[in-house]
Design a binder for this molecule. Structure first.
Ligand code: THU
Length: 383
């Protein structure tokens, strides 16, 4: 029975990792080093010292001019300014109050310094009283992936690990929750589902909004850990979908962004008509993208949608498509051509979302069955 929810902060409740990385880049620039987002790839979820020390090591800086103390005070100065007036709440933060109403205890367990935790709570529209206990980096000596911060939260709440669900977005955090004996729901805000599962996650959800909608601990249990749906038909294939199959608004935004990036790379010197596509894989929650690639011999051209689909199949084998984005500068936005619909039909369900998008923020949504009501599936594959 679930008695407590333990939340990580950054990347789970607050969309602050981008802001932290941006300040990190500015700090290293101030001492003459050109850091990039990649520099901080392994630096997140390790507390503030871990954040800067890992990045400094990545840049090959040993000692001066790097100093953790200076980096920390730079961060302390810049962070409140950067989040002032910004909306950094991730989707679904309402789950904290929903949990309390449902009789579930709540704790925050963040490796960040206490001042940052308090700033973030305010910036996501919550109050410190929404949590029964708040642990920050100063309360423990050993950071995630060690179990200490979650163990401390469990002791303070008086619950056993088996009665608590940890919400985490980083591999180190997932490991920490598992070591404390908790079940872990991994969010796909930072890790992808295969890294989450190999780190030990018990459930993978797109973001917290996919875990809301309960009014008792029993309902929370079935929302978070529903009985395995087993295999589900996607076109010609049986696929085992992620537990939370239908992608949330957050996944939709990420998929649209992936399609837009692919659209920028479209190779269309003949038609001048650029297309980007992205799909969300049902069994992994991963996003794959593609663009149209034209050819001197026009008929050899490949469309964006088929490019995304073949890329996904190369990575995962047979896929299920939960969502397909088509991004083009057309008015109204272009639907997939009939050939691409046929190829998509091999891996789609009638309720697969197809979303047509333009750079002018037009978004038109269809069900796959609206666009291709009677796909051809080879007789032996229909069984
Ligand atoms: N195109 C796509 O990429 N997807 C479609 O579904 C329709 C057409 C591309 C192919 C070609 O490069 C250009 O658009 C004009 O036909």
């Amino acid at each position: 029975m679930i008695r407590a929810f333990l939340f990580d902060m950054d990347g789970v409740l607050a969309d602050s990792e981008g802001i932290s990385v941006d300040i990190g880049i500015r700090y290293f620039a101030s001492i003459g080093f050109a850091a990039t987002e990649r520099t901080f790839r392994n630096a997140l979820g390790r507390g503030e010292r871990g954040f800067f020390d890992t990045a400094a090591a990545e840049l090959g800086i040993k000692g001066k001019p790097y100093s953790y103390e200076e980096a920390s005070s730079f961060f302390r100065r810049e962070y409140p300014k950067a989040i002032m007036g910004a909306n950094i709440a991730l989707p679904g933060v309402g789950i904290v109050r929903e949990a309390r109403k449902a009789g579930i205890l709540t704790a925050l367990a963040s490796s960040a310094p206490g001042w940052k935790v308090r700033e973030n709570i305010r910036a996501i529209g919550l109050e410190e009283e929404d949590f029964c206990f708040i642990a920050s980096g100063e309360d423990i000596r050993r950071n995630k992936p060690e179990k200490d911060i979650y163990e401390l939260a469990l002791i303070k709440l008086g619950v056993d690990g088996s009665e608590a669900v940890v919400f985490e977005d980083s591999a180190a955090g997932i490991e920490s929750g598992k070591r404390a004996g908790c079940r872990v729901a991994a969010l796909l805000t930072t890790v992808d589902s295969s890294s989450a599962i190999s780190a030990g996650a018990d459930a993978v959800i797109s973001d917290l909004s996919a875990a809301t909608g309960f009014s008792s601990p029993e309902e929370a249990e079935s929302v978070l850990f529903p009985a395995d749906e087993g295999l589900v038909r996607y076109g010609a294939n049986m696929i085992r979908p992620l537990r939370r199959r239908m992608p949330s608004g957050f996944m939709r935004k990420r998929a649209i962004e992936a399609a837009r990036k692919a659209w920028e790379n479209a190779y269309a010197p003949y038609s001048g008509f650029r297309v980007g596509a992205a799909l969300v894989s049902a069994s992994t929650g991963r996003i794959y993208s593609g663009c149209n690639v034209e050819n001197s011999s026009y008929g050899a051209t490949i469309c964006a949608e088929r490019n995304a689909i073949t890329t996904a199949v190369a990575a995962e084998g047979a896929i299920g498509i939960d969502m397909l984005i088509v991004y083009s500068d057309d008015d109204p936005p272009a639907p997939p051509c009939a050939v691409c619909l046929q190829v998509a039909a091999e891996f789609s369900r009638p309720d697969t979302r197809v979303i047509l998008v333009t750079p002018h923020s037009v978004e038109i949504e269809y069900s796959f069955s609206d666009l291709l009501p009677m796909p051809f599936i080879f007789p032996t594959m229909r069984l």
